[in-house]
Design a protein around this ligand. Structure first.
Ligand code: ZN
Length: 477
């Protein structure tokens, strides 16, 4: 029975290993899982819980994390020039490292990774595939993956996806993320291959082409950024398409704030129950975070350590406080260019203390992503406005200005919110001001022409990839 196999696998992951995992064994588990599902139907909830990790006890979690940190730091001290130097400067002995002593090691910044990529390369690993960050903040970082990593990550991802019923052999996954996000795309392609599903990699192409593939091409799964979903939704409505025109069963959003207004509209038009809003970042793959039915963001504790640090002090944030997410992927899940205590600059709010009641209550959780630390607006010592608050408020306008285009700055202690005309067209400035006041935002509105909209706030769907499809064929060609 594959349940036994999964259980053994989970236990094995919990054991302190200094060696790499065998992706082929995980591939076999996927095959066993699929065969059992075909025969007996859905896996039980106990099997699904196994996917989220064997440790619900905080003490066991702390022990597991300490072992993971020591194993990872021990290897980096020997193989990574950057971390060998960093640990030595901090006076840290990897074999004695624990959670309390972690603060002695400075966080790793994106600037360090961009500035000295060669020093992050481990000496005992050969490079195979490079991937670049495609976020909207600054110069891209280039991360090299080993062949082992490109085999291991999709195998781990596909096993979880099968056990959660997120990927089936008869699925067709449509991928509308940037084609330059090689690691993310390779994960999707290889994951589909392991499960025997179809994979349609399109990139950030003109939305009408993506819509054709969804409607006529019969895609059942869709992966896209919230801003691209917004553009798809508007194009679908423009063409008069509705739930009956699609075969989608699940949409996977990520990389940006997904507002409740947009998510509800996407569910309605595309006829899906679930638009999941997960967190993944090139620099810290395969450590990811998943949203639950109660709107928390749950952070993986199997493949790495996730810290929530106070924005001011850099120390662990208090319950209820804003925190920046710092991630350490563990060995043997990373081996080519691992990072240790990587500062994602992504901000969340810690949940108040107390037990959770959601379906993944055993896995640590925070609020959803609130935006990048550098984009917070500070009105006072305890008065911080996050990008999420602004995106949610703008996208909740009755004019449905999706994806939200705005600029927010502080003038004389108040937020000045710049919107394109279309965002308040037919609604009016004073109604808009009341709308924001009801959302707890006291704003001073400024309105610019719609031509200027794309200069206000960069979104991922701005990374358009051009095709010849929309171009008229010249006479005589
Ligand atoms: Zn939850």
């Amino acid at each position: 029975m594959f349940e036994t196999g999964v259980r053994q696998f989970r236990m094995a992951m919990g054991i302190v290993w200094g060696r790499r995992l065998n992706a082929r064994n995980i591939g076999r588990l996927i095959e066993d899982s699929l065969a059992t599902l075909a025969e007996f139907g859905e896996p039980g909830t106990d099997v699904r819980q196994l996917v989220d990790g064997p440790f619900t006890d905080p003490e066991a979690q702390a022990h597991f994390a300490t072992q993971g940190l020591r194993r990872t730091a021990g290897r980096l001290a020997e193989q990574s020039p950057f971390y060998a130097r960093r640990f030595e400067a901090a006076g840290v002995r990897p074999d004695r490292l624990d959670l309390a002593g972690l603060g002695a090691i400075p966080v790793t910044t994106k600037a360090e990774l961009v500035g000295r990529p060669g020093e992050f390369q481990c000496a005992d690993v050969r490079r195979h595939l490079s991937t670049r960050t495609t976020g909207t903040t600054g110069r891209p970082a280039e991360i090299w993956l080993s062949r082992y990593e490109t085999e291991l990550w999709p195998a781990l991802g596909a096993l979880s996806a099968v056990l959660r019923d997120e990927l089936r052999p008869d699925d067709i996954m449509q991928v509308n993320v940037s084609s330059r996000a090689t690691a993310a795309v390779q994960l999707d392609v290889a994951g589909c291959r392991l499960v025997g599903a179809g994979c349609r990699v399109l990139g950030v192409v003109p939305v009408d082409e993506a819509l054709d593939a969804l409607a006529e091409g019969g895609s059942t799964l869709l992966s896209a950024s919230p801003s691209y979903l917004a553009e798809l939704l508007i194009a679908a409505r423009h063409r008069g398409l509705g739930p009956g025109d699609f075969r989608l069963r699940r949409i996977q959003a990520g990389g940006e704030v997904l507002s409740p207004s947009l998510a509800a509209a996407v569910r309605e038009t595309f006829g899906v129950d679930e638009v999941s809003d997960n967190f993944g970042m090139t620099e810290v793959i395969p450590v990811t975070s998943r949203s639950c039915s109660q709107g928390h963001l749950h952070h993986d504790i199997n493949t790495g350590l996730v810290e929530y640090l106070d924005l001011e002090t850099g120390k662990p944030a208090a319950p209820g406080a804003l925190a920046v997410i710092v991630i350490t992927p563990f060995f043997p899940y990373r081996d080519c260019m691992p990072v240790f205590r990587y500062d994602t600059r992504d901000v969340v709010r810690r949940l108040p203390e107390g037990p959770l009641t959601c379906e993944v209550a055993g896995v640590p959780a925070t609020s959803p992503l609130l935006g990048k630390a550098g984009q917070l607006l500070r009105l006072g010592p305890d008065d911080v406005v996050t990008p999420r608050q602004l995106v949610e408020a703008v996208e909740a306008l009755p004019t449905q200005p999706w994806p939200a285009r705005f600029r927010a700055t502080i003038h004389n202690g108040r937020i000045r919110l710049t919107l394109p005309v279309a965002a308040i067209d037919g609604f009016g400035e004073s109604a808009a001001r009341n709308h924001f006041a009801e959302a707890g935002l006291d704003v001073d509105l400024a309105v610019v022409s719609d031509e200027e909209a794309t200069t206000l706030r960069q979104v991922r769907s701005d990374l358009h990839e051009r095709t010849f499809a929309a171009r008229p064929v010249p006479i005589g060609a």
